[in-house]
Design a binder for this molecule. Structure first.
Ligand SMILES: [Mg+2]
Length: 428
């Protein structure tokens, strides 16, 4: 725990990320109000600043606003996650060249550490970074700078809320910190959840300044070391390190809600098989194998009938082989199926993941080296072909029956940054 004035932490956050990605690849959408819909085109989940200015609310069901949106000439799009994931990768690749360390915090947010120059002024660095991301990706970012992660988060909030900040705020260089801290309600502070903020308010602690200055032992009594760290960070001490994100994942999940609910077992089995194929390929791309598989299903949150089930299988030998995984998933799907319910979401989880390089061989159910090699070669060949000729060039017969349960994405933009066939053509 140190007070460090040389090293600063910045929280870099892309503004209106989903809408900005869409505006970036489609010039017709620039300066136009744009909204993005959730899976199955259900609710509004992102808005461009132009759409915010029209007072279009987050979370509104699309069908309720459809008419008004069309009258206001708002561009409405289905969420295009492959575009956002690709733009995120590009954004992070750019940012990492301009900092010491980076922790990717979410699809559009990263904590970075950066040394202060002799004059301690990081505004020129931040301005350059904003210009570069806009020039290269068409995305505007907000940069909050502080001595640590909590203060960088607070600074980011200030950079967004204060007009004259032009998207950059350095909390370590303000003269009147208290006037800013007073304006930040406790429930807006990173790490303070609903329950905690209720408790704090009952104690008369309403804003960041009061939280920073409240009695330490009271915080520790209620929130333990987590609360103490948070308070120390608000004071300017550094307690939370930048986590470099090359650790392997602990689980891989593929799940979706369906456009039309599923009622037949063969449809459920097919959808889970498709997710299992995707999850297996994902594992292999990260050199991971699974030692436990779960499948789950549930009815819609809005339905009167409530049903949810999970089925689970532990494996003796960890595997990344799609054939082996499919057999298990198909068997598990029978355990969770119930013909009396309309099933609206299902998913597959690969758990207890093990890095292939540190794999222990089991003596039970032991396969010959030759069999293992054969199965690895087969999977590698399938992955290579799918990479070369677009996903699903080679897949399993179980996925091939045409289906109604696919996600509705009727307003999807092109995936022009990830699919060579979708690159726009210019006719001269
Ligand atoms: Mg954002």
């Amino acid at each position: 725990m140190t007070i460090s004035s040389i090293e600063a932490i910045a929280l870099i956050d892309a503004n209106n990320f989903y809408a900005s990605c869409e505006q970036s690849i489609n010039p017709h959408l620039r300066n136009r109000p744009v909204v993005i819909l959730s899976n199955n085109d259900a609710c509004i989940i992102a808005r461009s600043p132009e759409a915010r200015a029209l007072k279009i609310k987050m979370g509104t069901p699309y069908f309720k606003e459809k008419e008004r949106l069309s009258k206001l000439d708002v561009a409405v799009l289905s969420s295009n996650y492959s575009l956002y994931a690709d733009m995120s990768k590009r954004l992070m690749n750019l940012l990492k060249n301009y900092c010491e360390e980076m922790e990717i915090y979410s699809i559009d947010e990263a904590f970075v550490s950066i040394y202060r120059p002799n004059d301690k002024n990081l505004y020129p660095w931040a301005r350059k970074l904003r210009t570069l991301t806009y020039q290269n990706l068409g995305i505007t970012i907000t940069i909050g700078i502080g001595e640590n992660k909590v203060r960088a988060k607070v600074a980011n909030k200030l950079a967004k809320n204060i007009d004259y900040s032009a998207g950059i705020f350095d909390l370590a260089r303000t003269k009147d910190e208290n006037s800013y801290f007073k304006g930040i309600s406790v429930d807006k502070i990173w790490g303070i959840g609903k329950q905690t903020s209720k408790w704090l308010k009952s104690k008369g602690i309403k804003n960041a300044q009061e939280l920073r200055d409240m009695k330490e032992n009271e915080i520790i009594k209620k929130l333990g070391v987590v609360g103490k760290r948070l308070q120390l960070e608000l004071k300017g001490y550094k307690c939370l390190p930048i986590k470099k994100s090359n650790k392997s994942k602990r689980e891989i999940q593929v799940s979706r809600s369906f456009g039309t609910p599923i009622t037949k077992l063969e449809d459920l089995t097919q959808v889970l098989a498709i997710y299992a194929i995707q999850a297996s390929a994902k594992m292999r791309s990260q050199s991971l194998k699974t030692s436990a598989i779960s499948v789950f299903v549930r009815t819609s949150k809005y339905s009167n009938q409530k049903y949810q089930r999970v089925a689970h299988k532990k494996l003796i030998n960890a595997t990344d082989n799609t054939n082996a995984i499919l057999k298990i998933v198909v068997a598990l799907s029978k355990e969770i199926y119930n013909p009396e319910y309309k099933l609206s979401k299902a998913g597959v989880l690969m758990q207890d993941l093990i890095n292939c390089h540190y794999l222990q061989k089991s003596i039970i159910n032991y396969k010959s080296q030759e069999d293992i090699k054969k199965s690895e070669n087969l999977m590698r060949t399938i992955d290579l072909l799918n990479k070369k000729y677009n996903n699903n060039a080679i897949t399993w017969a179980i996925t091939k029956k045409p289906k109604e349960w696919t996600i509705n994405r009727n307003l999807l933009s092109h995936t022009s940054t990830t699919d060579i066939r979708k690159i726009p053509t210019i006719v001269i």
